[in-house]
Design a protein. Structure first.
Length: 414
């Protein structure tokens, strides 16, 4: 057992919910590894899981009774589902079948495992395992995406020969990999007591009540930063431009539409923040006048022109602003299409932020709407080039840098 895992998991409270797939046998090894790493483990099994492996096995390994039934009076009085949900520092669903992913995505609570999940505020880690076609089904992929957008961690599935005879994706990750994912999901709690403001998404600049000038930002990167900051213990304010994304659990969300509204929301809450992360794609210009009524084609003519005026630059305003407490660590983003490094270094200097996260939005797997990003982190000490990572991973790397900058920011007390 790597000491890293023992250090990270020692004394941590993990609920492992086992759903009904052939990979349920791997849950036994996972429970054993967690216990060996010093974690306290409680096991929940679905009805179907018990067809594959007995509660007795998992009871012996976890050294605690296994919970199987919400309506069993004795179980409910000794290990009530709410107590279990509150007790957990991490909820792991391993294996997670297509069925339980669907039920989790829809917030169902039709058995003990999903009831605990619905009541649980701890991070959720799912280890999917199913037939390759079930895995590739758009419904499963959508369900997983829903869970990830809500902050769930995933591990696997792996690719190879499946118990059903097919070869492909769907094999549950090995217990040691799931254990490592538990460590990542529990993560550092290095932002407890800190406050982080994240501005995310596009801004819409109205032309008239129907039309606007906007951009392609979806808000995914900013929402990932907000999720990661909550997970690491921060109090998070999320100022969101128009986006279809769900609010990560535990964030205070302020919805805005235009750059001017975003500026006002950010400035109103800037004081007292440990860090401000400007992931938002703020429109640089807005129509000079906003028509109260829908503009009509007949009046506009064949080739109408829209007069624009500049929007406030929110990020550039932040370093020079007066702070009652301390100047927050300021993180800016740069969406570039060419000469990324040079422009990023220059943009960081121009905007006066501590860290600038730059990406080439034309590169495959980076930029608007993707779940991954390849970024450069530009700080005072130089440029760090990160590999292609998920936006959740990028978020954590950014917060690692924010944490490293905290002592310095603390010195700038007004
Ligand atoms: N930003 C901002 N207010 C604006 C424009 C940008 O706060 N009016 C912030 C963004 O949130 C981002 C950073 O500034 O953190 C850089 O945004 P970007 O659009 O890349 O740069 P611009 O300053 O708009 O410069 P250009 O479009 O010329 O690259």
């Amino acid at each position: 057992m790597a000491t890293d895992e023992t250090d990270a998991l020692s004394g941590r409270r993990i609920v492992i919910a086992v759903s009904g797939g052939i990979a349920a046998y791997k849950a036994a090894e996972l429970v054993r590894l967690c216990i060996k790493a010093g974690a306290e483990v409680r096991v929940v099994m679905t009805k179907a899981a018990q067809k594959f492996i007995t509660p007795l096995t998992l009871q012996a390994l976890s050294q605690h009774p296994v919970a199987t039934d919400t309506f069993d009076l004795q179980q409910e009085s000794t290990i009530g589902h709410i107590e279990l949900a509150d007790w957990a520092e991490l909820l792991v669903i391993a294996p997670a079948t297509g069925d339980i992913l669907a039920r989790l995505a829809h917030g169902m609570a039709d058995d003990l495992a999903t009831t605990v999940a619905l009541a649980c505020r701890a991070p959720l880690l799912v280890a999917p395992a199913m037939n390759v076609n079930m895995w590739n089904h758009p419904a499963t992929q959508k369900n997983l995406q829903t869970l990830v957008e809500r902050g769930a961690h995933t591990v696997g599935p792996g690719t190879g020969e499946l118990a059903c005879g097919w070869v492909g994706s769907g094999r549950m990750s090995e217990p040691a990999e799931v254990l490592a994912a538990c460590v990542r999901a529990l993560g550092p709690r290095d932002l407890v007591g800190q406050t982080v403001l994240v501005a995310a998404g596009p801004t819409y600049e109205a032309i008239d009540p129907v039309r606007f000038v906007g951009n392609r930002s979806t808000g995914k990167m900013g929402f990932a930063v907000a999720r990661a900051a909550v997970r690491r213990g921060a109090r998070v304010v999320l100022v969101a431009g128009p986006t279809a994304l769900q609010t990560p659990a535990g964030c205070e969300r302020i919805d805005v539409e235009s750059a001017a509204q975003m500026r006002d929301a950010v400035m109103a809450r800037a004081d007292g923040q440990t860090a401000i992360v400007m992931t938002a794609a703020v429109a640089d210009y807005r129509p000079k006048t906003v028509a109260k009524k829908k503009l009509k084609k007949e009046k506009l003519g064949a080739a109408p022109t829209i007069d624009l005026e500049p929007n406030p630059d929110i990020l550039a305003e932040l370093p020079g602003r007066a702070y009652k407490f301390r100047r927050p660590v300021l993180v800016g983003f740069a969406a570039e299409t060419d000469d990324v490094e040079k422009r990023a270094v220059e943009k960081r200097r121009k905007k006066g932020c501590d860290l600038l996260v730059a990406n080439d939005v034309t590169e495959a797997g980076s930029g608007f709407g993707t779940d991954t990003n390849r970024v450069l982190l530009v700080g005072a000490e130089g440029v760090e080039r990160l590999p292609l990572l998920t936006k959740d991973q990028v978020a954590d790397r950014i917060l690692d840098r924010v944490v490293a900058l905290l002592p310095k920011a603390g010195l700038k007390l007004a």
